[in-house]
Structure formats: C-alpha cells, structure tokens
Write a protein of this length. Structure first.
Length: 73
C-alpha cells in the first residue's frame, strides 16, 4: 500500500506539478535524483519544519514551485 501511495505521489508530481519546467516528461528516476535525493539542512521545532537548500542547488526554483503547489495554502 505504501508503494502504491509513493507511485501515485510521483505520478502527480510528474504530470501536474512539473508542467512547464525543465523536468517535464522526465522519468521517475530522474525526478527522484534531481528533486528528492538532495543534501539539505532540516530544522524542526514544535510548529514547523524548515528545509534549507544549498545556494548552489541548480533545481532550487523547481523545488520551491513543486513544494508550493503540493502544500495547501
């Protein structure tokens, strides 16, 4: 069941979230390598989780746009 949920999430990211970006139409493995397998500093307190990306991370804007479209606002 967990793998089905992961597949559904990746499919949504691939088809909806990454439209009109340079990662549009890429394979799941490419999306995973470029957006999910990254080094970051994570700070957790009682109310929020803060992810600090490297300033040299080349896909920072795509990551921020994907996060903004996935988080209800």
């Amino acid at each position: 069941m967990l793998s089905s949920l992961a597949y559904t999430l990746m499919h949504h990211i691939k088809t909806v979230v990454l439209k009109k970006t340079e990662l549009e139409g890429k394979e799941f493995n490419t999306i995973r390598l470029k957006l999910l397998k990254i080094g970051a500093v994570i700070i957790k307190n009682t109310r929020r989780l803060k992810v600090m990306l490297s300033s040299a991370y080349p896909y920072k804007n795509i990551f921020k746009a994907a996060h903004a479209s996935l988080v209800p606002g």
